[in-house]
Design a protein around this ligand. Structure first.
Ligand code: ADP
Ligand code: MG
Length: 318
């Protein structure tokens, strides 16, 4: 068993170096130099074992996901990530677990040049809490309250894959590793968010399900939305896992944990959005539009009203 300081040494040894970290891990607090004229963007998300990830999740996947869900929040603001802190609560001071956790955490931190600048290490039930810090130019952040009547509604990637993996995990039968990969290693859409800043109006990342998260945008903006659930793109893996159209729609429209971006943009920006998505190597699909009102109206391709059979997203307890 390792001591707390041995664990911190292991963490410090692997952190990404950045010139704007004046003083990183090792003192009472970090000293950071934000770029002149930029706004600081801060987000925090905790992951608890058995609630936010299944108990059988590999430590490297927990490390990846803990950072990914936070970077996703920065992406949804159109911010450039820079730094993060990490609060780790571990049942045992297990160096092998921490090394494996860091394999996943570090892979994503390096990909986005995010420096881990501090944190806290305690004993307790397995829980990981990350705070990320990033920058955005004044006036360019993608806020939930910025949707306007007439905007197109867009979504990135193929929502529903993570929910399909979770359904397979619950059922205990066939488990498609591609879908499980989408649940354990979501891709934060940072490059897309950066290209959408100044172009899109409102944005949110899909953590609780598309309809629920879009309802947050509508509530904040004082507008309604019309969605064609059959316009949502379907991955091959989801198609195979959920051949029944209504089950598939439920995964896509009300499944959680995809960490795709849902955003609105003026209709005149359509070509620019497609170019932005191509520049970010990210698939985007137009799925509806913002209307007057206060409700999210979901319809199938033949214009029938559509509602999920059960409520929104549930965590992993049952
Ligand atoms: P203090 O008692 O002053 O809070 P700690 O012993 O908790 O100091 O931490 C020592 C240093 O290690 C600090 O710089 C802290 O930010 C860093 N640190 C502790 N745990 C972590 C962690 N899980 N990830 C990153 N940095 C950590
Ligand atoms: Mg401390």
């Amino acid at each position: 068993m390792a001591g707390e300081f041995d664990l911190i040494d292991r963490i410090r040894a692997r952190t990404v170096a950045r010139g704007d970290v004046v003083l990183g891990i090792g003192d009472d607090a970090a000293l950071l130099q934000p770029p002149a004229g930029m706004q600081l963007v801060v987000a925090m998300d905790a992951l608890n074992a058995g609630i936010h990830f299944p108990h059988d999740t590999a430590p490297a996947d927990i490390g990846w996901k803990a950072l990914a869900v936070n970077l996703s929040d920065l992406a949804a603001m159109g911010a450039t990530p820079a730094w993060c802190t990490l609060s780790l609560s571990l049942p045992e001071p297990d160096a092998a677990w921490v090394d494996a956790f860091l394999d996943g955490f570090d892979a994503l931190a390096r990909a986005h040049a995010v420096a881990l600048v501090g944190g806290d290490t305690t004993r307790g039930p397995l829980s990981v809490c990350v705070t990320v810090f990033g920058f955005v130019a004044p006036g360019r952040a993608l806020c939930r309250a910025a949707a306007r009547v007439g905007d197109d509604i867009w979504v990135s990637g193929t929502p529903g894959d993570a929910a399909a993996a979770l359904a397979q995990w619950r059922a205990g039968g066939t488990r498609d590793p591609v879908l499980r990969g989408r649940l354990d290693r979501p891709t934060p859409r940072v490059a897309l968010g950066l290209r959408l800043a100044g172009l899109a109006h409102a944005a949110i990342d899909i953590s609780d399900g598309l309809l629920a998260d879009l309802a947050h945008v509508c509530g904040a903006s004082g507008v309604g939305a019309e969605i064609d659930v059959d316009a949502l793109p379907v991955s091959d893996a989801l198609h195979a896992a959920a051949p029944d159209p209504d089950t598939r729609r439920a995964r896509q429209a009300s499944g959680g944990d995809d960490y795709e971006l849902c955003f609105t943009a003026p209709a005149a920006a359509q070509h620019a959005i497609v170019d932005a998505a191509a520049g970010a190597s990210t698939r985007v699909t137009r799925i509806g539009r913002i209307v007057e009102g206060d409700a999210v109206d979901a319809r199938t391709g033949d214009a029938a009203a559509w509602r999920p059979a059960s409520g929104g997203y549930r965590h992993f307890q049952d």
